[in-house]
Design a protein around this ligand. Sequence first.
Ligand code: BTN
Length: 253
Amino acid sequence: MNTTSSSNQPTFNLLHIEETHSTNNYLTELCNKEDLAELSTVVANYQTSGRGQRGNSWESERGKNLLFSFVLYPDFIKIKQQFIISQLVSLAIIETLNTFASGFSIKWPNDIYWKEKKIAGILIENDLIGDKIGRCIVGIGLNINQTSFVSDAPNPISLQQIIGEEAHKSEILHTILDRIRFNLLLLKEGNAADIKSLYMQHLFRGKGKHYFKERNSVFRAHIQGVNDDGLLILVDESEKERGYYFKEVSFIL
Ligand code: BTN
């Protein structure tokens, strides 16, 4: 792999490829063959089968957006605390995007939104060793310069559509990776509480009451918190606490 360095931080491996099925798959296969340093990253111009959450596909016009995956070895994190990885990655993206405009937030569990529209998605795939996370492949799709979307993804938007001009993909990639490295260091130094608190501060609809849907029932609630394992805690209008894992509840947009 090519080695590149960014600011005055330690080096990480960055591999640019024109096209692959999915950078998550590509990096997983590479990790199965070679020992790669933490934060080794594969970035592609195009994915033939980009994968999203819930078995969805991820649309991205060739060359327009950021499509990348990197590897972490968070073997100091217990499976029950795995949501901290989602939190630190979402935060790194938000911190980067906040330098361009305001209005970005994290829609639980880890979609990145601008106002009511989705600009980025994260796909995290863990390999477990006992009750710890041995290897974690984090894939990020961030819409940068695409200006029309054809898939049936409900509400996509790109950075160019927000700021009204083209943005530099490579600079944004390096900033995100730097922020991830920094947040990872915070976590390793025992500052998980800071990461959790920042995540909560940036949460989409984190304040006030909003409509949610659980199977066929719609209810109004406010977000009380998110547990270490990603459980979303809502409090409904009868003051009842309701806990949900990913896919068990959705926001009504
Ligand atoms: C989501 O559905 O919100 C998650 C989307 C994740 C897409 C990225 S693009 C780079 C990496 N490779 C993939 O196949 N998926 C992730």
